[in-house]
Design a protein around this ligand. Structure first.
Ligand code: 5GP
Length: 178
C-alpha cells in the first residue's frame, strides 16, 4: 500500500500486515507456553485493541477466556481527582491469571490508573500484552510483559487504531507524515 489520507492528514505505511501477523504468532507461542494448564482470562480494552485481540486469540492453542471492556474517565471528587472506570467488566478476577490486551501504550497513564483497580480484585497474576509501545512518550512507567513492537513517538493509525474515528479498518499500521 502507498500513502493514505485519513481526514485531513497524510500517512505512510509503517508495519505491514505480514509483520504484524508474524509477531502475533511469536507472542502467542510464548503465551501458549507460559499459560499451559492455567486457563487465563484475557481482558481486551476497546476500542483500539479489537483487531489485535481477535488475531492474537485465534493463535492461542490453550484453554483461555476473553472479555472486552471499555475504559471511561470522568472527574471524581476533589480527593479522588480523575477516575477511570471499566465498563463491562463482569468477570470475577479473584484467583484468575489475567492478561490485559492493549493496542498501544503511550504515556502509560491509562494502564497506570487502571491496573490498581484490577489488583484490588486479587487476581493470581496480572500481565500485559500490548501491540505497540512508545518508550519515548513514557510518563507513567508500565511493565509490558508481551510486546509486539517498540515504536518512536509518532502518531499511528490502522489495525484497529483510529484517527478521530477513522482508519481502524486499515489492515496494517500507518504512520503520520509530519
Ligand atoms: P496512554 O494512556 O498510554 O498515554 O495512552 C493509551 C491510549 O492512547 C491508547 O490505548 C490509544 O487509544 C491512544 N493512543 C496513544 N498513541 C496513539 C497513536 O499513535 N495512535 C492512536 N490511534 N492512538 C493512540
Amino acid at each position: 500500500m502507498g500513502e493514505m489520507r485519513v481526514h485531513d492528514k497524510q500517512f505512510e505505511p509503517y508495519i505491514s500486515a505480514e509483520k504484524i501477523a508474524d509477531r502475533i504468532k511469536e507472542i502467542a507461542g510464548k503465551l501458549n507456553k507460559d499459560y499451559t494448564g492455567r486457563k487465563p482470562l484475557f481482558i481486551a480494552i476497546l476500542n483500539g485493541s479489537f483487531m489485535f485481540a481477535a488475531d492474537l486469540f485465534k493463535e492461542l492453542a490453550i484453554d483461555a477466556e476473553i472479555c472486552f471492556i471499555k475504559l471511561a474517565s470522568y472527574k471524581g471528587t476533589k480527593s479522588t481527582g480523575h477516575v477511570i472506570t471499566a465498563i463491562g467488566l463482569d468477570m470475577d478476577l479473584f484467583g484468575r491469571d489475567v492478561v490485559i490486551v492493549e493496542d498501544i501504550v503511550d504515556t502509560g497513564k491509562t494502564l497506570s490508573e487502571f491496573l490498581p483497580q484490577l489488583h484490588h480484585q486479587q487476581p493470581a497474576s496480572l500481565k500485559i500484552v500490548a501491540l505497540l509501545h512508545k518508550p519515548e512518550a513514557t510518563v507513567f512507567p508500565i511493565t509490558i510483559d508481551y510486546l509486539g513492537f517498540s515504536i518512536p513517538n509518532k502518531f499511528v493509525v490502522g489495525y484497529g487504531l483510529d484517527y478521530d474515528g477513522l482508519g481502524r479498518n486499515i489492515p496494517e499500521i500507518f504512520k503520520l507524515i509530519e
